[in-house]
Design a binder for this molecule. Structure first.
Ligand SMILES: Cc1ncc(COP(=O)(O)O)c(C=O)c1O
Length: 422
């Protein structure tokens, strides 16, 4: 028997509903043990319905989804793409795959997401240099939507397409005036958003040119590994579908007029996704309850703050994240993380900002001298701001947020943290 008092508590492990097996069985029965098949088709349809984006393409990862989106937007050698600096690297590596370079934009303190004022500065800066970026790819960090109202407005004003990195934000929604205007009197089910008018809300990424989602093992729902590319533009998704299947032409033999990728999702994994999708709303509720539990237990402790929820949206609270101010709390983020680790509890620092990653060099003074570090290639990038994300990285700690956690598990985390306080 396992001992729940010492058993490892993971940051955000997979949480199966039990329904997945019946879909997996169907995949086996149909013998579509392949990167295509009826489970993939159904998963794409059901996912499209959930997020309210017309066309969806199931892929092997979120990174693959971002890569296809950028390729289709024509991102290439010599181009720039604007991205959030406070993100996971899978958000931005596809820019490098395409031979383009990155402009990292800092976040604000109200959402921890791309600061729209700094985005405007970045776009103005590009304009003054005479070369507009090929795309803006902001991340909906830890399940909180960026300020789409303002960011979409800026992308429209400057004529740059928006690719939403909603990898962490499945089940997150936001409110915009444009959505209210577009909907007029139309009414839909409003139960999901706790009585708020659902018809006024958009799912994360819904109004972007394209949106990227991830089903990696740690995400709010998982297919073990996988991703989705979503867009209202049928041509965009049709082209992405073709590129994701080695860009095969319509011939009986294999015929190729351009280079594609092997990026499609397996029919077996899509079956897992279908089972998971059915419990997504439950998972969001569970994540939000975990957040509420931690806040109730730790919210009044001097030196602890919680990631805020922006007024325009409803986060899925994929991970509960706290900030620790050592002078007030009595220990710093790393001491708390190590204390948790010593009793078999996994916690992780807030993502290290991209502009601090050794693989990117945002220091233009070093441009010529530092093309390689220990034989590894480094990439020249630019940054706009960075101090806010540096502070969040320094003080931020992601707490275990698995939706199968018991009250006893949550208590173990809380008590271990409290032992380190003043
Ligand atoms: C913000 C963000 N972007 C992109 C990715 C890449 O997704 P994947 O791991 O499915 O390639 C992830 C997570 O893994 C992520 O958290």
């Amino acid at each position: 028997m396992t001992n729940r008092k010492t058993e490892k508590i993971f940051l955000s492990p997979p949480h199966m509903s039990g329904e997945e097996m019946s879909f997996i069985r169907k995949a086996f029965e149909s013998n579509y043990i392949a990167p295509l098949g009826p489970q993939v088709d159904a998963f794409e349809r059901e996912f499209a319905e959930y997020v309210g984006i017309r066309h969806c393409l199931a892929l092997s990862s979120g990174t693959a989804a971002m890569h296809l989106a950028l390729r289709i937007l024509g991102v290439g050698q010599g181009d720039e793409v604007i991205a959030s600096t406070l993100t996971f690297i899978g958000s931005v590596t596809p820019v490098v795959f395409q031979g383009a370079s990155l402009v990292f934009v800092d976040c604000d303190r109200t959402s921890w997401n791309m600061d729209p004022d700094l985005l405007k500065n970045a776009l103005e800066d590009c304009k003054s240099r005479g070369k507009m970026p090929k795309a803006v790819v902001p991340t909906d960090l830890y399940g909180q939507c960026v300020d789409y109202e303002r960011i979409l407005g800026l992308c429209e004003e400057y004529g740059v397409p928006l690719v939403a990195d909603a990898a962490e934000a499945l089940g997150a929604f936001y409110l915009t005036q444009r959505r209210r205007d577009a909907n007029g009197e139309q009414k839909k089910d409003n139960a999901l958003l706790g009585g708020l008018a659902r018809e006024n809300y958009c799912h994360a990424g819904a109004e972007a040119k394209a949106a990227v989602f991830s089903f990696n093992g740690n995400k709010i729902i998982t297919t073990s590994g996988g991703g989705m590319l979503a867009s209202d533009d049928k041509g965009f998704i049709d082209y992405a579908r073709n590129l994701s299947q080695q860009a095969r032409e319509d011939f009986p033999h294999y015929e190729h007029t351009e280079i594609g990728y092997n990026y499609r999702m397996s029919n077996v994994l899509a079956a897992i996704g279908r089972g998971q999708l059915r419990v997504l709303d439950e998972r969001v509720e569970a994540k939000r309850k975990i957040f509420a539990y931690y806040r109730e237990a730790l919210g009044d402790i001097p030196g602890i703050e919680f990631m805020p929820e922006a007024s325009y949206g409803r986060s899925n609270r994929w991970l509960t994240v706290i900030l620790i101010t050592p002078e007030e709390f009595g220990a710093d983020r790393e001491e708390v993380r190590l204390a948790l680790g010593s009793v078999n509890i996994e916690a992780r620092p807030v993502w290290k900002p991209m502009h601090l990653q050794p693989v990117f060099d945002c220091d233009l003074a070093a441009k010529k001298s530092k093309k390689k570090q220990n034989g590894k290639r480094i990439y020249i990038a630019r940054r706009i701001g960075g101090e806010v994300s540096e502070d969040l990285f320094e003080r931020g700690l992601c707490l275990p947020s698995g939706t199968a956690m018991t009250e006893g598990d949550l208590n173990r985390v809380v008590e271990t943290i409290l032992k380190r306080s003043n």
